[in-house]
Structures are given as C-alpha cells and as structure tokens.
Design a protein. Structure first.
Length: 517
C-alpha cells in the first residue's frame, strides 16, 4: 500500500508542464487526501489522459491505482457518456471544477507523469483559464512595516528550464521590522513558477542617494541625474519634454515602423551635455514594457494548437528553437549605442522586464575617449515593446557599491506547512514551485556585522516558468500560404520566426485592433 501511494504521489508531482529526468523537485505533491477532500465536498472533476481524452466525472471514487466514475468523455470534439475506470498512470492532469478567480482549482496543472514515459500532451480549450491582462512571471513584494508593496517581477523571459536565469531587483520599500526583513514572492498568473534560489543583499548608500542596477547587475548611486538637452524619435518628433521628467508621461511608439522596410524597429536619438572633467557615467532608463510580448505568445499558441506542450519540450531539447526564442528576446531588448565620432557603437542592452511594473535600469559608460560633449545616444527596440518615462545621465563614482549578503532565516509557502529554507538557499536541483494564487514569504536578518549607515537592498531570484496554454478565442486565426498547413506545428513556428515578413504583419494588425478598443 505504501509503495503504491508513493508511486502515485511521484506520478502526480506538481512540476508545471514537464519534468526532465534527473531533476528532483521539492514542492507540494498531490496526495490521496486532496482527492478525498474533493470527493467529500462533492465537486465534479475533469481528468486528461495521455491520449488527450478529457473525462468529466460527476461522481467518482478511487483506489491506490485507479480512478472510477460516471460522467462523460470528449475527444476530437466528440462527446459520449462514460462510466468506467482509469489508471492513474495514464492520467496527466486532474482538475477540480470549482468557480473562483481562476475559474478552476488546479490539482495537477499540466503535468507530465514520471511513470509512463509521456512525451507530450495537450490542454483542451474547455479548461478556460482566465488570463489577466498584462505581465508574466513572479511578483516580488516588500514589507514596509504595514503593507506588502509590489516592487518587481522575476525571471520574466525564462520560459523553460533550459532558459533558467537569475534576475536582480532593487527593493526601495523594504523596511526593518523587529530586526527582520520580509519579502513575498507570489504567483498571480496562469503559470507554473519554479524558484531555485533567492538571496538578499544590502549596500550602504551613506549620502542617502538613490541607487540603480546596471545591465551587469552592478549597483550604482545616483547623485545628480541630468536630463537630455535634445531628444527625437524615428519619425522626427521632438520628444524632449516626455523624456525629461519622471512624471508618469511616457514616450510611446507612433507605430509608423511596422513594416519589413523599417525592420519593425523604434528608435530614439538623445543628446546630453557632459560637464567638464567627467570621465565615467551611468545612463538611466525609467520604462515599462507593453503587452505586445504577451500577445505574441498568445498568437504563437494559436499556431501551435494542441502541440503547445510539445513546443515546451522542444524548447528544452532543440538548440535551434532555443536560439530563435533567445533572438526574439534580444530583438525585444533595448539596444543602447553611443556615437564615437565615426559610427554608432553598442554599449549595452537592457532586456525586457515583460511585466506590468515600471522599472529602472542603467547602462554604464566607462570609456572616457567616447564621453565627448554633446554625448549622442541612440536607443532602439522592436516596435512598441518599450514605453519610456525618462532618460537621464549621472556622473558618479568609479566603482559600484559593495553588496553584502543577509542571512535567510525562514521560508514558508502558502501551500506548504514546513520551512523551505533549504530549497532556495542555493542554486541546485531543488526548487519551490508556486501555482496561482500561491505565495512564498521569506524573512532575512536585518542585523549585519557591516558598518552600514543607510542600507539599500537588492534581491536576486533564480528560476524559470511555464506559461499555461492561454484561451486563444480572442486571437484571429493566422493566415498562411496553403503549403504550410501540413507542416509540423513546432517546425511551422520556427519557420515563421525566421520569416518575419509572414508573421509580424498579422501580429501587429492584431496589436493595433487591441489598442484601439
């Protein structure tokens, strides 16, 4: 009996879309008690099997190895009455049908079982997960002594295990309460978040200056940020007023560069005056990303159809596909160049945060030969991915601030009753998984042995995510040349990414319609 229950638990481990062999997950698992509770509350359930058949049980019972019930089954649009038994080893997903914010409480959201060698599966459109508008990735909250304040979002573009990454975030609202610092990471999206490690650092900004992270994750003080003296965009518009003050008024694309001829690129041209004797500078960007990347993902899901989960597996195994996705992220990044007197020279790239939280990032300019006044800066990115509030430049110290680690004292997740400190204390094969609307609270010791007079805090989070397959009913079906229709869906997507002239016009046409509503 214990062996069978152990096997069942392993089979139904909550691991997002798929588990790769050799990766051990530390997180909540679905147990008999959860199914028993669902049965006692008389909730109906739906079960998805390896052959993509969707079973709805109005009533059900279970043993150590089987699930039995009466209801219906549906495959390829055909619905039939059903009364019978399924083996747990053939089930990849069980959903408890219960109305709430997400329209469903996911017991086993989009899993691949360890037992059975399942290579792919699909999510029927009937699941209808509600996708909130905007954003992706884990939300980071700081406790300021009274409330949890939303500060940032972590590893937003790490859309599979092979793209796992670590992101850095300044937490200006974090405050000491009873010698403790408390941070919450919460999943508020229809996604599976796999958190590998979390670390909190402090630095001393003794003069009370604000701080900013650059693209190399170095922390700099900002003492006297100067606005540009000239600013225009690709259409020749004077946008100096929009970029000079942090007032919530953003420069936004005029959408004129939505063609293959312009390569779907927005461009800003900015000039700064350099005070005499200054040889090092920090270019600061205050911005927010639009929902265009989310729309692109939804559009891709209509192309993939029921092969969406095959795509995620391919992303972990297909080097060409991974490279194409990384190139897409690169195109969505903000490219920063300066004029060196002869040509435009790349000095940094700011990746998209891909979230709903305004953020600040910087590019460090350390080549004194190129800091000639007026300093000419060119910023470019994929059309309408970036809305920019301010651009400024600060001439400050030659060295970044030193980061000192703070002790992690406890970790508790809303779905787990034990301390998960060991799971996120280092980057290894142990993860904490969060499903919506779950969260994880971490406390750190505020006391340090360092002489810090004015502490500022930086949080690092390492992990990855899998987006749940969205409801694509509001996405117009893409139109392709007929000879593409019989192509494997993943191969078709790869082909379209390589041929933007076919894909981009349809994505941007939809984007315009969305923004006109």
């Amino acid at each position: 009996m214990k062996l069978l229950k152990s096997q069942f638990t392993r089979t139904l481990t909550l691991i997002g879309l798929l588990m790769l062999s050799g990766c051990y997950i530390s997180s909540r698992t679905t147990t008999f008690s959860e199914l028993e509770q669902t049965s006692n509350q008389k909730y109906p359930i739906r079960a998805l099997t390896v052959d993509s058949t969707l079973y709805t049980f109005d009533t059900f019972a279970f043993t150590d190895s089987t699930l039995s019930g009466k209801g219906s089954r549906k495959k390829n649009g055909s619905m039939q009455k059903f009364e019978g038994t399924l083996k747990f080893s053939n089930i990849v997903l069980i959903e408890r049908i219960h109305s709430n914010y997400w329209k469903a409480f996911w017991i086993i959201p989009m899993t691949v079982a360890i037992i059975g060698g399942i290579s792919q599966m699909s999510q029927p459109s009937e699941f209808n997960i509600r996708r909130p508008i905007g954003g992706s990735c884990p939300f980071i909250y700081s406790f300021n002594g009274t409330d949890f304040i939303l500060e940032a979002e972590a590893f937003s573009t790490a859309v599979s295990r092979s793209m796992e990454t670590q992101t850095f975030h300044v937490l200006p609202s974090l405050a000491t309460v009873k010698n403790k610092l408390t941070i919450r990471i919460k999943n508020e999206r229809p996604e599976t978040h796999m958190i590998n490690s979390v670390h909190l650092y402090t630095a001393d900004s003794r003069n009370g200056s604000s701080v900013v992270l650059d693209t190399e994750n170095n922390l700099w003080t900002v003492k006297n940020a100067l606005p540009p003296v000239k600013a225009s965009d690709h259409s020749g518009r004077d946008v100096l007023k929009l970029l000079s003050k942090k007032d919530g008024l953003y420069w936004k694309s005029d959408l004129n560069n939505m063609s293959g001829q312009s390569k779907y690129r927005d461009t800003l041209y900015v000039q700064f005056t350099i005070p005499g004797g200054k040889h090092n500078a920090t270019l600061i960007v205050d911005a927010i990303n639009t929902d265009l990347m989310t729309l692109g993902y939804r559009f891709a899901s209509t192309i993939l159809g029921d092969e969406s989960l095959k795509f995620y597996r391919a992303l972990d195994e297909d080097t060409e596909l991974k490279k194409l996705v990384q190139e897409g992220i690169q195109k969505s990044s903000l490219l920063v160049e300066i004029w060196n007197g002869k040509n435009w020279e790349k000095v940094g790239t700011i990746p998209p945060a891909a979230d709903v939280v305004p953020f600040t990032r910087a590019v460090r300019l350390n080549n004194p030969d190129h800091l000639i006044s007026p300093l000419k800066v060119r910023l470019s990115s994929m059309t309408d991915v970036w809305h920019i509030n301010t651009l400024s430049i600060d001439f400050n110290q030659d060295r970044p601030l030193t980061l000192y680690p703070l002790e992690l004292t406890s970790v508790k997740a809303s779905n787990h009753g034990t301390n998960l400190k060991e799971n996120i204390s280092k980057s290894d094969s142990s993860y904490v998984m969060l499903l919506p609307p779950e969260y994880m609270d971490m406390t750190f010791a505020a006391t340090t042995t360092y002489d810090i007079q004015n502490p500022v805090y930086v949080l690092t989070v390492r992990g990855y995510l899998y987006e749940w397959i969205p409801d694509a009913k509001d996405i117009t079906a893409p139109v392709f040349p007929g000879w593409l229709n019989d192509m494997d869906r993943v191969e078709l997507l790869k082909y379209l990414v390589r041929h933007e002239d076919i894909l981009f016009p349809q994505v941007y046409a939809k984007w315009i319609r969305v923004n006109q509503k």
